[in-house]
Design a protein around this ligand. Structure first.
Ligand SMILES: [Zn+2]
Length: 257
């Protein structure tokens, strides 16, 4: 095997393992934050029998298979969601390093992806986006501004308002058009993306959310009036914008020139 392939393999392996470990922590945050349990204090425990989980059973992904999808103590089955979120964490880390190299920007993009993952799953669970996560995204916009230019600071400032204000106005006109958490999320992500990519993110979210809503209606799983959980679509839109937004916008504008 060529030497450089081996080095790539090891580096990407380490990157994936680190991402999966953060994904494992994301599981903790997703479980504890809505319940108001301290995030860092106290060992991880089984949600069913509250037994502390042993160190050797805390390895992301691998433990799930070692333990045969069951709690070692009480035998309660571990939801598939836990290893899936760990794998998504690993995948996000790989993607960030693949696109941005081993740079501070890759770290910022991974942090963005991990936070959005937590936002999306908590929104699915509770239909709410905790303010603390939105504040984290707002703070994350500072290292983003230091690592990535463009978008300029002016563009980031406009990004804060360009989607959030119309969402707010729409929600004032039509009650419950959007949740307050969705609006704050798009304001914070606007600071990270700049205004063009924020618009792109919203476009992707509306298209994906629209298709999903139509699919749900066709399946007759929901009525026309029922509330769609929009956070996961916004999260997908923001990530798509970060990775391919500028490329897509440039291509689209090129069609008219
Ligand atoms: Zn248990």
């Amino acid at each position: 095997m060529p030497y450089h392939l081996l080095v790539y393999g090891i580096v990407y392996g380490i990157v994936f393992a680190m991402g999966a470990s953060i994904g494992s922590f994301a599981n903790v945050v997703i479980y504890r934050l809505p319940l108001g349990i301290d995030m860092v204090k106290g060992r991880s425990f089984c949600p069913n029998c509250h037994t502390q989980i042993k160190n050797q059973h805390l390895i992301p992904l691998l433990s799930y298979w070692f333990l045969r999808r069951k709690c070692h103590h009480c035998g309660a089955s571990i939801p598939l969601r836990y290893p899936v979120i760990e794998a998504v964490g690993g995948g996000l880390a790989l993607l960030a390093v693949f696109v941005y190299g081993l740079t501070p920007l890759a770290l910022c993009v991974f942090a963005l992806g991990a936070l959005l993952l937590v936002v999306a799953v908590i929104d699915m669970d509770t239909m709410e986006i905790p303010d603390s996560l939105v504040v984290c995204l707002g703070v994350l916009s500072i290292p983003f501004a230091l690592c990535q230019d463009p978008p300029t600071l002016v563009s980031r400032g406009i990004g804060f308002l360009v989607v959030s204000v119309p969402m707010l106005l729409l929600t004032m006109a039509i009650a419950n058009a959007f949740g307050g958490g969705d609006i704050k999320l798009m304001a914070a992500c606007g600071l990270i993306l700049g205004y063009q990519n924020t618009l792109f993110a919203m476009f992707v979210a509306v298209v994906l959310g629209g298709f999903f809503a139509m699919w749900l209606l066709r399946q007759q799983k929901v009525g026309i009036k029922s509330q769609l959980c929009f956070g996961p679509f916004l999260a997908l839109g923001v990530l798509a914008a970060q990775f391919v937004g500028t490329t897509c916008i440039t291509w689209y504008l090129g069609l008219f020139s």
